[in-house]
Design a protein around this ligand. Structure first.
Ligand SMILES: Nc1ncnc2c1ncn2[C@@H]1O[C@H](COP(=O)(O)OP(=O)(O)OP(=O)(O)O)[C@@H](O)[C@H]1O
Length: 257
């Protein structure tokens, strides 16, 4: 039986009277690329914010690798192997692509780099190690030729690849991606998908919010659907495609609306 890597039980989060996430229980299996769909305002981003510790739930539990991690802050979850891509913060725009990757927090495999009593030689050795790893990751995401470019000057699609590179520095087991294909040209989307699938074959698990149904149906399995804060479907991509209620009520509105 496949191991459940990330799961929620009865997760709830309200904003005033609005139940943004309402009694959501999901189980993300290790090794999957799980797609999370639903119309605007369904609660997908709120669920991501709960899973990554950005928001605290009002009720319910979150377990990562079987451990209760409910209420832990993002850095503690990151250290335990949960990564999420974030937009590059503005002050980083003038730094080079390589520096942006080198500045990324290291996760579970990273040792404490700058201890209080490390000698200069040790610091240089650590910096060289981080630089080498950053170059390796940049090469993987096809951004090595842009290593010395200012991060603020690269295209939107290249920025998505840079965000992926930054999260990979932490070597997380599960990676949450929020609309990776949005606003990205088809050729860079293809590169991004190729990299996600290569990482998945290496054993990494993904949860992806995406409005592009073609992307979801071709690259995600299983599929989870939310509407008005609630979980309304959980099944294989084939089942999602064959589910008339889902197609009509949710996929239809997203494809045409
Ligand atoms: N910080 C907040 N304060 C108040 N309401 C919020 C907050 N964050 C989200 N909401 C509300 O919660 C509901 C769910 O929003 P959420 O962003 O999670 O949906 P979503 O499925 O990610 O939508 P989209 O696809 O448009 O990003 C929406 O009605 C939204 O307006």
């Amino acid at each position: 039986m496949t191991e459940t890597l990330l799961e929620t039980a009865g997760l709830c989060r309200a904003f005033g009277p609005l139940k943004a996430v309402d009694d959501v229980s999901i189980a993300v299996k290790a090794g999957t690329i799980t797609g999370l769909i639903g119309p605007n305002g369904a609660g997908k981003s709120t669920l991501f914010n709960l899973l990554t510790g950005v928001l605290a739930p009002d009720a319910g539990k979150i377990r990562l690798k079987g451990e209760d991690v409910t209420g832990l802050p993002p850095d503690a979850l990151f250290t335990r192997g949960l990564g999420r891509t974030f937009q590059i913060p503005r002050p980083f725009a003038r730094m080079s692509v390589l520096e942006n990757v080198m500045m990324a927090p290291v996760g579970q495999t990273g040792e404490r780099v700058w201890g209080p009593f490390v000698g200069a030689g040790r610091v240089r050795a650590e910096e060289a190690r981080i630089r080498a790893r950053a170059l390796e990751v940049l090469d993987f995401v096809t951004l090595a030729p842009l290593a010395d470019h200012p991060a603020g000057k690269i295209s939107g699609g290249q920025r998505k690849l840079l965000e992926l590179a930054r999260v990979l520095m932490g070597d997380p087991e599960v990676i949450l991606l929020d609309e990776p294909a949005a606003g990205v040209n088809p050729s860079l989307t293809a590169t991004l998908i190729e990299k996600i699938e290569a990482l998945n074959r290496q054993g990494k698990t993904f949860v992806i919010i995406e409005h592009d149904m073609d992307f979801i149906m071709r690259h995600c399995d299983p599929v989870i659907a939310m509407a008005e804060g609630r979980l309304v479907f959980e099944g294989s991509a084939a089942e999602a495609q064959a589910n008339p209620v889902l197609l009509e009520a949710y996929l239809g509105t997203m494809v045409h609306g």
